[in-house]
Design a protein around this ligand. Structure first.
Ligand code: ADP
Ligand code: ZN
Length: 214
């Protein structure tokens, strides 16, 4: 199955994608994780992308599209994929339809007013990349799964969060129309969109996603 997750920053895409990709046995491809690892390893893509991530802005389409094209050509994607964080612009969605079009698009919806506290309270494990909210943690500094050190993402600061939410509403939200086939941006005649309520406990959201895939 070729699947992608749409939704604002903080909707829980990464958390849900980890569970759903294991369930479906397809690779979880997160462009955000790919960029963070490229930055850590100081690759050419990482050096180019860093200023955009730090500012909370989108990395230019050509950079992202080339990176995803290369990733999707790898053998582990032969039976499908779960994309998380891509596409984020109409340009990227059109490119993806040309590279290897998704079958189903799951839009995880969470109201804006809930996103801020989710993002400012988010902590990430430097060892296993697990993501947690401070409200779930007994120890704010240690990963409950592997004991690794938890830290706050650079772009989870309030100033950067508002830029990311603006980028979402302006550049990514139009993809809902693109994939439902109802908006002005229609290129494909079928409705590939499934909407899931992301404003409940992670286990409930997970059930909602699996139900919509049946
Ligand atoms: P979130 O969904 O929580 O904002 P991600 O980890 O998906 O976080 O993305 C972090 C950052 O990586 C984005 O703010 C952006 O700078 C960059 N990025 C990730 N995916 C894309 C993409 N498809 N197009 C452009 N930039 C991207
Ligand atoms: Zn961990």
């Amino acid at each position: 199955m070729k699947l992608l997750f749409l939704g604002p920053p903080g909707a829980g895409k990464g958390t849900q994608a980890a569970g759903v990709s294991a369930h479906l046995k397809v690779p979880h491809i997160s462009t955000g994780d790919m960029f963070r690892s490229a930055i850590k390893n100081a690759t050419p893509v990482g050096l180019e992308a860093k200023k955009y991530l730090d500012a909370g802005e989108l990395v230019p389409d050509s950079v992202v599209i080339d990176m995803v094209r290369e990733r999707l050509s790898m053998p582990d994607c032969a039976n499908g994929y779960l994309l998380d964080g891509f596409p984020r612009t109409v340009e990227q969605a059109i490119a993806l339809d040309e590279i290897d079009a998704p079958d189903i698009v799951v839009d995880i919806e969470v109201p804006d007013e809930r996103l801020l506290s989710r993002l400012t309270g988010r902590r990430v494990c430097g060892k296993c990349q697990g993501t947690f909210h401070i409200s779930q943690l007994k120890d704010e500094h240690a990963c409950p799964l592997c004991g690794g050190a938890l830290s706050q993402r650079n772009d989870d600061k309030p100033e950067t969060i508002s830029t990311r939410l603006r980028a979402y509403h302006e550049q990514t939200e139009p993809l809902i129309g693109y994939y439902s086939g109802l908006g002005k941006l229609r290129r494909v005649e079928v409705n590939r969109l499934r909407t899931v309520d992301g404003d409940s406990r992670p286990e409930e959201v997970f059930k909602g996603i699996l139900a919509t895939l049946e």
